[in-house]
Every structure is written in structure tokens, then in C-alpha cells.
Ligand binder design. Structure first.
Ligand code: MG
Length: 450
């Protein structure tokens, strides 16, 4: 798939991800879906409105009626799709910087399109059909999708247990679509809510959409100052959640995933994660006598693996990555930042523990990440050669599921090109922080020397 990367079509808009391209993708999607009606939503990005117009035109030209949901978290659109049994299109670049935008496609069961179906859409980009004039779709606005989404979350979570825990939470939706849903949801769950960066704003004045520690310093300070129990941060389309503990310290996403997985997994279950999965998750899975299935990095690979495993009769109670994108497939095969945060609140309530106490068993590993940017395809190719060279001389086990993961007794390092940005990502993990830093720096320096 050239166009659909690991997480949909992405690019700087409107120059790279052009309205023309979005219209073609939407028309091909409408042709493949053959649906009478398609849901269409967007996150808060400045270019979202114009790209939604292009997508609506493409879908209607292919003959589908269009339900325009306005600004919605991706999981809100997925909930709408499942509820209405209609496929969907969402204009979002998720965690990417403000100048980016993108397209994600959702099937009529609320699950992201499989790689196979994405390939079918991609193959019809140049010869998608047009409906005749009297069969073109109509376009209407739907007002209450977020309200219905929150009602569904309320019904799926244990409101009584969460309310009884008397939690105080600071929510940072990062000016993204979650600003319209998460603060209200947690108030309705009986949580005392404070907010920061909670106005939807495509300029993202308070922080960048990616929920990583360096973008979330305001949230950490506010959690400490407000004497809150935890902080919750979303990415631009709120399918991810990252957390701060009761001291205002950033919690590694891998530690949260491990804590949630430890509560979910039973013997014989399968957990699905990506090739950058933490040793924390490996340990939790082993302790539960469960199995860990690793996929290439990217949500579509994970959802595809979950569907295949469940079709084989396997139980997959939890899946996801350390970036805060977590799935509870029994609820829906979709990453959902609000549901993940709700499940974490349930766990805190059940254990009568603080977040710091809950993640303490998973705190002994150290993660280091670097991004190494490249300017052109020649430099990218040279970096891939440098990775190959590193793998050849490495005194460890090499996994090529996605990029190159080199495992050692005391840690591992992974290098892989980003699916959405012109850079190679380097990840390393070890019990000893100096070892993790050295593993990551060693790979980074090889790439930077190209
Ligand atoms: Mg996202």
C-alpha cells in the first residue's frame, strides 16, 4: 500500500494531502463500500473543514448519502458507524503536527478497514465510478453523534465504582476532538474534572497534538498543583490516552498497558501488540500464561491481527501499543482514549490504589526514543543500509517484523522508518537507564552519521 501507510493517508495539507486527493480517495471508498449511507467526521485541524467538503463530494458523487458528524473523536465516529451499520470516513492526522491532515476509513462494524480492503480502495483511485445524476448522494448534518458516543461509554463503564472512588482528574485534550467529549464524560462518571487546552482549536496554541511527555509539561504541573489523582492527555483525534500519576509525574504508556493487561489476561488469552512492545508487556503475558502476538507498528496491523485471532476462536481481551492506543476488543475493536481512561479509573477504584502504586511493578524498565530526520529518498535508503549493517554485527537476536529489532539479554533496540513523517524512529528499552540510553544513542549515531 503506497498511499495508505501504517495509519491511513497522511500529509501536509492542503499542498501535499490535497482536496483533489481526498476527493479521489472518498470516491474510490464510496465505490468499494457500495453503501447507501456513509458517516463523515473530522478532528479540529484548520484544513479539516475544506477536506471534509472534498470527501463529501467524492462520496456523494459515488452515490452514497453522507452523514456529516462535524468534529468528532475517531472512536466517536466508529461508535456511530457500528450503531448505524454504516461505513465511515474521518479526516484526521491523529497525533501529527498541526500542518498535517489525513484520512482514516472505518467499516460498517465500527472497525478500521482491514489492510486488504484498504488495498481495494487504493486500486480504484484512478477508475472509481460515478453515480448517474439521479443516483448521487445527498449530504446532511447529524448533530448528536458525540452525545450518543458518551452515553454509550457511560453504559459500558462502571459509573458507580468510579464515582465512589472520589477521583479528581485533570484532562488535557490538546485542543483536539476529545475536548468535545472527555471532560463531559468524566463529569458524568462522577469524577471531579479540571481541564487544560480544552478548547477545540486547529492552531493547537497550548501544545502539539502528540501526547508525549515533552508536550505535556503543563498537564503535569496542573495535576500536582490541583492535588489531582491523575492526568489524562489525548492526541488530536482522542483514540489515545496518556497519563500522569498523583505526583504529577508522566507515566510511560507501556506501564499503563502492562497494568491494564495484567488485570485482563487469563491463561490461554492472546495479547496483540506491535514490534516495539515493551518487556513489561512480555513479562505480564508470561505471568498470565497467555500469548503475545507482535505485528508491524500501526493500528491497522493490530486490528487485522485481532480479527484473525478471534476468527480462529482465540480470546483477545486487550491489545495496543505503548503510545496510549489501547483496544479492549470485547468492547470494540477500536482504540479509544476515553474508554481506556475510564477502564484505568475502574482499576484504580477496584484496587483502591493510586496510579503510582498501580504502575509500580512495571516501573523498572527505561525507554529511550529518538527521531532521526532524513531529507530525501537517497538519505532514507542510506539509513536503511546503516540499520542492516548494525543488525549484521549485532550480538543479539534480530526480528524483522517491522524495521529491525535487536534483542539482548538486558534490553533491546528497534529502528524503523516512520509511516507518516520523513524520519527514522529509534526505540530502546533496558532495566538500566544508562544501557537504554546507550542502545538508543548507538543506533541514532549510526543513522545520523549517514
Ligand atoms: Mg489518534
Amino acid at each position: 500500500m503506497d498511499l495508505f501507510g501504517s495509519s491511513g493517508v497522511r500529509g501536509v495539507a492542503p499542498g501535499e494531502l490535497t482536496p483533489e486527493l481526498v476527493l479521489r480517495v472518498a470516491r474510490a471508498t464510496g465505490t468499494i463500500f457500495e453503501a447507501e449511507r456513509v458517516a463523515l467526521g473530522r478532528d479540529t485541524r484548520e484544513t479539516g473543514r475544506l477536506l471534509v467538503g472534498a470527501a463529501a463530494s467524492g462520496l456523494a458523487a459515488a452515490g452514497s448519502d453522507v452523514d456529516r458528524l462535524g468534529v468528532v473523536p475517531t472512536p466517536s465516529l466508529q461508535a456511530y458507524c457500528e450503531r448505524e451499520s454504516v461505513p465511515g470516513v474521518v479526516i484526521t492526522a491523529s497525533h501529527n503536527p498541526p500542518e498535517y491532515n489525513g484520512v482514516k476509513l472505518v467499516a460498517a462494524d465500527g472497525v478500521e478497514l482491514s489492510n486488504e480492503r484498504l488495498e481495494a480502495v487504493e486500486s480504484r483511485l484512478d477508475d472509481a465510478g460515478y453515480a448517474t445524476w439521479d443516483r448521487t448522494g445527498s449530504i446532511r448534518s447529524v448533530e448528536n453523534a458525540n452525545r450518543a458516543y458518551n452515553r454509550e461509554l457511560l453504559a459500558a463503564l462502571d459509573r458507580e465504582a468510579i464515582a465512589d472512588a472520589d477521583l479528581r482528574v485533570v484532562i488535557d485534550p490538546g485542543h483536539g476532538a476529545g475536548a468535545l467529549t472527555s471532560p463531559e464524560l468524566f463529569r458524568e462518571l462522577g469524577v471531579e474534572v479540571r481541564t487544560i487546552h480544552a478548547q477545540p482549536d486547529g492552531h493547537f496554541p497550548g501544545r502539539d497534538p502528540e501526547p508525549v511527555a515533552e508536550n505535556l509539561t503543563d498537564l503535569g504541573r496542573l495535576v500536582a498543583a490541583a492535588d489531582a489523582d491523575l492526568g489524562i492527555a489525548h492526541d488530536g483525534d482522542a483514540d489515545r490516552a496518556m497519563f500522569f500519576d498523583e505526583t504529577g509525574a508522566f507515566v510511560e504508556g507501556d506501564a499503563v498497558l502492562a497494568a491494564l493487561a495484567a488485570a485482563e489476561l487469563r491463561a490461554g488469552d492472546v495479547a496483540v501488540s506491535a514490534v516495539n512492545a515493551s518487556q513489561r508487556l512480555v513479562d505480564v503475558v508470561e505471568a498470565a500464561d497467555a500469548e503475545l502476538r507482535l505485528t508491524p507498528i500501526g493500528s491497522t496491523y493490530i486490528t487485522t491481527a485481532i480479527r484473525e485471532l478471534r476468527a480462529d476462536g482465540r480470546s483477545v481481551p486487550i491489545a495496543g501499543e505503548g503510545n496510549g492506543g489501547i483496544l479492549f476488543p470485547a468492547y470494540r475493536i477500536a482504540r479509544d482514549g476515553a474508554y481506556t481512561a475510564g477502564r484505568l479509573c475502574e482499576l484504580l477504584a477496584a484496587r483502591e490504589a493510586s496510579l503510582g502504586e498501580l504502575i509500580a511493578p512495571y516501573d523498572e524498565y527505561h525507554n529511550v526514543r529518538h527521531n532521526v530526520a532524513y531529507d530525501d529518498s537517497a538519505e532514507r535508503a542510506a539509513m536503511l543500509e546503516a540499520i542492516d549493517a548494525a543488525a549484521e554485527v549485532a550480538d543479539g537476536t534480530v526480528d524483522r517484523t517491522d524495521g529491525c529489532r535487536i534483542g539482548y539479554d538486558d534490553g533491546w533496540v528497534l529502528a524503523r522508518p516512520s509511516g507518516t513523517e520523513p524520519l527514522v524512529r529509534v526505540y530502546a528499552e533496558a532495566r538500566d537507564p544508562d544501557r537504554a540510553a546507550a542502545l538508543a544513542a548507538g543506533m541514532r549515531d549510526r543513522l545520523a552519521a549517514v
